[in-house]
Design a protein around this ligand. Structure first.
Ligand SMILES: NC(=O)c1ccc[n+]([C@@H]2O[C@H](COP(=O)([O-])OP(=O)(O)OC[C@H]3O[C@@H](n4cnc5c(N)ncnc54)[C@H](OP(=O)(O)O)[C@@H]3O)[C@@H](O)[C@H]2O)c1
Length: 278
């Protein structure tokens, strides 16, 4: 195989596993990693999309592509993908990306619980399961990176937003950070990143959805998000907010939340100004 330039600067790029590769950010990861010479394992429910992508990338980049089709919110499919990951001796990249948004309202009397349980299983369960499998191989090789696709939603908990989406993404960022800190503690070379995009032009609200600019800017293209994620490999950041306008949004929200008495600390504590010293 021809040696190509790749974001981890290795002579022989290994395998990248990408969940939710049938559209949006996952598909961009697949295209960009394929162009850098990584062999791929791609998963999603829409088999026809995965097959079309696989044949395009095999032909264009001369890589191998394995397809795994299934619903990753289901424990059986999580186990199947995790068991396969454990057999990939040269696993270099795992992208836990599959996810979705919902217009259901958790506190509405009419809301259906199934969308929320699916989201909990997919956004949290699948990441816990697959990251565990990926780490087994990567720790053995002392090489590799896991990108968990979170969101700026993990850092901005607004009352106007959907609680389950924000809370599951908050789990993704917190869990990624805790596991990375544990890896740092044992001086492991394996890297974890919680990638936090803001509004990105994908199919998240349907194949025909058009992302509109927000107050702070955007929407970004999925390619921009992926390039920021890959560039972050070379730095020590664990929580990677994609784009300055998204950082501005997070900062404004944090400032407002921390200045609101009763939100983060007791009223007395907040009033004393002690929280500012933390
Ligand atoms: N777009 C944004 O503005 C934005 C912002 C912040 C974070 N994110 C996050 O970015 C990630 C990718 O989303 P996207 O924006 O690229 O949206 P997208 O274009 O809708 O892609 C979502 C991917 O996840 C897969 N998926 C969804 N449910 C699944 C399930 N139950 N089992 C297996 N695969 C499933 C979809 O494939 P199938 O339908 O074929 O299964 C698809 O490949 C998500 O985690 C999302 O929360 C997006």
């Amino acid at each position: 195989m021809t040696v190509k330039t790749n974001f981890i600067d290795v002579e022989e790029p290994g395998v990248a596993v990408i969940t939710g590769a049938s559209s949006g950010i996952g598909q961009s990861f697949a295209r960009i990693l394929s162009s850098q010479g990584f062999d791929l394992v791609i998963t999603a429910r829409r088999k026809n999309r995965l097959e079309a992508l696989a044949s395009e990338l095999k032909q264009k980049d001369g890589i191998t592509v394995e397809i795994m089709t299934g619903d990753l919110s289901q424990p059986e499919f999580m186990d199947q993908v995790a068991s396969y990951i454990e057999t990939i001796e040269n696993l270099d990249v795992l992208v836990n990306n599959a996810g979705f948004g919902t217009l259901e309202n958790y506190i509405s009397k009419e809301s259906n619980i199934s969308a929320f349980m699916t989201m909990l299983n997919l956004h949290c369960g699948a990441i816990v399961r697959l990251m565990h499998a990926g780490l087994k191989v990567m720790r053995k090789n002392e090489r590799g990176v896991i990108f968990n696709i979170s969101s700026i939603a993990s850092l901005t908990l607004h009352g106007s937003r959907e609680p389950m989406y924000h809370a599951t993404k908050a789990f993704v960022s917190a869990f990624t950070e805790m596991v990375q800190l544990k890896l740092n503690f044992i001086k492991s070379k394996v890297k974890l990143k919680s990638i936090c995009p803001g509004n990105t032009h994908t199919e998240i609200f349907g194949p025909a959805a058009i992302a509109t600019p927000g107050r702070f800017g955007g929407p970004m293209s999925p390619e921009e998000v992926v390039n920021i994620a890959l560039n972050s490999y070379k730095n020590k950041d664990i929580i990677v907010i994609t784009g300055d306008h998204n950082i501005d949004e997070v900062m404004e929200w944090r400032e407002a939340a921390y200045n609101k008495p009763g939100r983060y600390f007791s009223k007395e504590f907040t009033k004393s100004g002690l929280y500012k010293k933390l």
